[in-house]
Design a protein around this ligand. Structure first.
Ligand SMILES: *[C@@H]1O[C@H](CO)[C@@H](O)[C@H](O)[C@H]1NC(C)=O
Ligand SMILES: *[C@@H]1O[C@H](CO)[C@@H](O)[C@H](O)[C@H]1NC(C)=O
Ligand SMILES: *[C@@H]1O[C@H](CO)[C@@H](O)[C@H](O)[C@H]1NC(C)=O
Ligand SMILES: *[C@@H]1O[C@H](CO)[C@@H](O)[C@H](O)[C@H]1NC(C)=O
Ligand SMILES: *[C@@H]1O[C@H](CO)[C@@H](O)[C@H](O)[C@H]1NC(C)=O
Ligand SMILES: *[C@@H]1O[C@H](CO)[C@@H](O)[C@H](O)[C@H]1NC(C)=O
Ligand SMILES: *[C@@H]1O[C@H](CO)[C@@H](O)[C@H](O)[C@H]1NC(C)=O
Length: 450
């Protein structure tokens, strides 16, 4: 990913630093914790899951990458909607709905970003806006979908409190964001009977996967045309072990914080076991984004076990165990109904491929339809790019209504570069990223000038 991002940044810096596309949006934007739009109403419990509470156009334009430019789209909206929290209580979340030029209002891609933070002010409804100044690469992936004319809806699936890694929260909020998007026609133009699919990588795959597991019980009326899940993290215990002391150690701190916010018994447990001298440093993670380059305290390379009395053994205590099993492990609820494209680097250093192999096998044995691409090249971050061409090609087929052969196929692939010939999806992606960087309108027929 780094080389891809570097190219994008270089291009953007070299050519477009002087573009000022945000003049249409002169107002400052407010952080979610300060913005009344995000305040849930007092009668939240009387609303149905997915019911729209309020809507608006986004206060500022949608940016991309390091926010040098905004993407050229028709418009974008935000909805606040009712969803459900980890304890089953009514809660609220926001979703951003992006409308390209020449939109197909009957095609909705629910794209979950990998925002991976326990800070509500890192929610995508805010960070996707150029004026947030936050680094966000997800619009470069969304660009291909927008180029196809699909509506992109992307939710703050961690809820208003940023309950990162809380699977139930992410799943419910994703499902309800789709309900809200489909019900938003009078505001957004989206067709209530649109075809819809899910896409997510890493943290975004966590939300999408939980949505699929919970869908049969929580949102039985929904029928996803397909879902592309990359860089899955089925077992949080192994993730914790793998990120410990690594460049990704931040994720572990944010994850523990996110779970603690979702579960009062975990929050109490953390308060009791956190080593007092380390508490301030630990809690600072609640105030920074994954890609916050200004953060002074990223906690990268830290040994997580040194923050808690008892070290890693504490994870085996009844409270953490109960919540890890019940609320953070994939594969213990329903088998996904939609056809899936699962992509994963064999060398993934955050979540070992064996955990995803096991999840795929379990679902396949239960009758799921899965195309599973195991990539021999790259690791977790590279696979977000390398696997995305196959994922996008799969999604194009689903939106075009192509038939899927039921059952499972595992392919060991070796995708090492942006090889346009190997996956149809890459071609669209590359052109769309170029369109973003060249400030071209995103939507069908918009590439004629390139
Ligand atoms: C949330 O749910 C729990 C468990 O059912 C219940 O004890 C609690 O009172 C609820 N809280 C709110 C604010 O409704
Ligand atoms: C983003 O950066 C601009 C230019 O430095 C600054 O004026 C603005 O206040 C920043 N916005 C936020 C939300 O930090
Ligand atoms: C979707 O709804 C529109 C308008 O109600 C209708 O014209 C169209 O036939 C519907 N499409 C499908 C696939 O049901
Ligand atoms: C997750 O991994 C840990 C060790 O890495 C293992 O002990 C545990 O059984 C696994 N959990 C599940 C649900 O497979
Ligand atoms: C975390 O890293 C430390 C230092 O390398 C090591 O002692 C500890 O065993 C690691 N914990 C796990 C669960 O891997
Ligand atoms: C963004 O976050 C990811 C995951 O933590 C990290 O690998 C990447 O280097 C970060 N990028 C920047 C520009 O900080
Ligand atoms: C912690 O709270 C969750 C949610 O209410 C519950 O499912 C779990 O059983 C609790 N753990 C223990 C050990 O009581």
């Amino acid at each position: 990913m780094q080389s891809f991002l570097a190219i994008g940044s270089l291009l953007a810096t070299a050519v477009f630093t002087h573009a000022a596309p945000s003049s249409l949006f002169p107002r400052a934007i407010l952080k979610p914790t300060e913005d009344p739009f995000y305040q849930p109403p007092t009668d939240l419990g009387s609303l149905q899951p997915g019911e729209i509470i309020r809507s608006r156009t986004t206060p500022g334009p949608i940016g991309a990458a390091q926010q040098y430019t905004s993407i050229n789209i028709q418009t974008s909206y935000q909805l606040l909607y009712r969803t459900t929290d980890a304890l089953g209580n009514a809660s609220a979340a926001a979703v951003t709905i992006i409308i390209p030029h020449n939109p197909s209002y009957d095609k909705v891609l629910a794209y979950q970003t990998a925002y991976d933070s326990s800070d509500p002010n890192c929610s995508p409804s805010y960070t996707l806006q150029q004026k947030s100044n936050e680094t966000t690469y997800d619009p470069l992936f969304m660009a291909a979908a927008l180029e196809k004319g699909w509506i992109v809806s992307t939710s703050d699936y961690e809820g208003l409190e940023a309950q990162y890694v809380a699977g139930l929260v992410a799943g419910y909020a994703t499902l309800d964001s789709v309900r809200a998007t489909l019900a938003s026609g009078s505001v957004t133009g989206v067709s209530s009977n649109a075809t819809y699919a899910l896409w997510g990588y890493s943290g975004g795959a966590l939300a999408s996967e939980w949505a699929l597991e919970l869908q049969p019980s929580y949102a039985p009326e929904l029928k996803f045309a397909g879902a592309a899940l990359g860089g899955l993290t089925p077992n949080v215990t192994t993730v914790l072990q793998h990120v410990n002391k690594s460049i990704f150690a931040y994720q572990a701190f944010a994850g523990i914080n996110g779970i603690a916010k979702a579960y009062p018994n975990v929050s109490d447990y953390v308060a009791q076991t956190l080593i007092p001298e380390k508490a301030a440093e630990y809690h600072a993670i609640n105030f920074q984004c994954t890609n916050d380059t200004n953060a002074q305290n990223r906690l990268d390379f830290q040994d997580i076990s040194t923050y808690f009395k008892g070290g890693f053994a504490a994870l085996n205590d009844p409270i953490p165990q109960s919540v890890i099993t019940y609320g953070a492990s994939m594969g213990f609820r329903a088998t996904p109904q939609a056809p899936l494209y699962v992509y994963k680097a064999i060398g993934d250093e955050i979540s070992p491929v064996a955990d995803t192999d096991a999840l795929v096998s379990k679902y396949c044995a239960a009758g799921a339809t899965i195309q599973y691409a195991r990539n021999a090249v790259g690791e977790h971050v590279a696979e977000a790019i390398l696997g995305s061409g196959g994922a996008f090609g799969f999604l194009m087929d689903r939106f075009e209504g192509k038939a899927v052969t039921p059952g499972c196929v595992t392919e060991n692939v070796a995708v090492s570069s942006l090889d346009v010939s190997s996956f149809e999806g890459f071609g669209t992606e590359l052109l769309a990223v170029l369109a973003v960087l060249l400030l071209q309108p995103l939507g069908p027929r918009s590439l004629q000038g390139i």
